[in-house]
Design a protein around this ligand. Structure first.
Ligand SMILES: [Zn+2]
Ligand SMILES: [Zn+2]
Length: 136
């Protein structure tokens, strides 16, 4: 039995951290699931109501992905299958539009794709990024 990942309540629903409307190819990936009770899923402090909560969940997913994919810059389809514990057909849906290099798929491309096509940065990180781009 699953409990709400926020309040511990019973009767949970599956929330897709990256919404199905944002990336339908992530709809069946467990890493994109969050189990929430009705109130935490649809109430005032829920990701469907509060932009801050939505951002927080997405940022947590981003951090999790950077933890899973670390140590290497490139990953093959088998690597991704094992790291995410998903079927090869799900892997192929994810990597389908990505450029494949001779070493495999590039880590940043994989993570971006698993986040629905964008990164979730805090305002200070956006500033740093802009500064770096300016001086490079
Ligand atoms: Zn709850
Ligand atoms: Zn939801």
């Amino acid at each position: 039995m699953k409990y709400c990942q926020i309040c511990g309540g019973e009767k949970v629903e599956i929330h897709h951290i990256i919404f199905r409307s944002e990336a339908s190819y992530l709809a069946n990936l467990p890493i994109n699931f969050k189990y929430l009770c009705f109130k935490c899923h649809r109430g005032k402090k829920s990701p469907h109501f509060s932009k801050e909560v939505d951002f927080k969940f997405k940022r947590e997913l981003q951090d999790k992905l950077y933890n899973i994919f670390k140590g290497k810059k490139y990953y093959g389809e088998e690597d991704i299958k094992n790291l995410l514990n998903i079927s090869i057909s799900e892997v192929l849906r994810v990597v389908n539009p990505l450029k494949i290099y001779k070493e495999g798929y590039y880590i940043e491309d994989i993570i971006l794709r698993l986040l629905g096509g964008r990164l979730y940065l805090e305002p200070y990180e956006v500033e740093i990024k802009n500064l770096m781009e300016k001086f490079m």
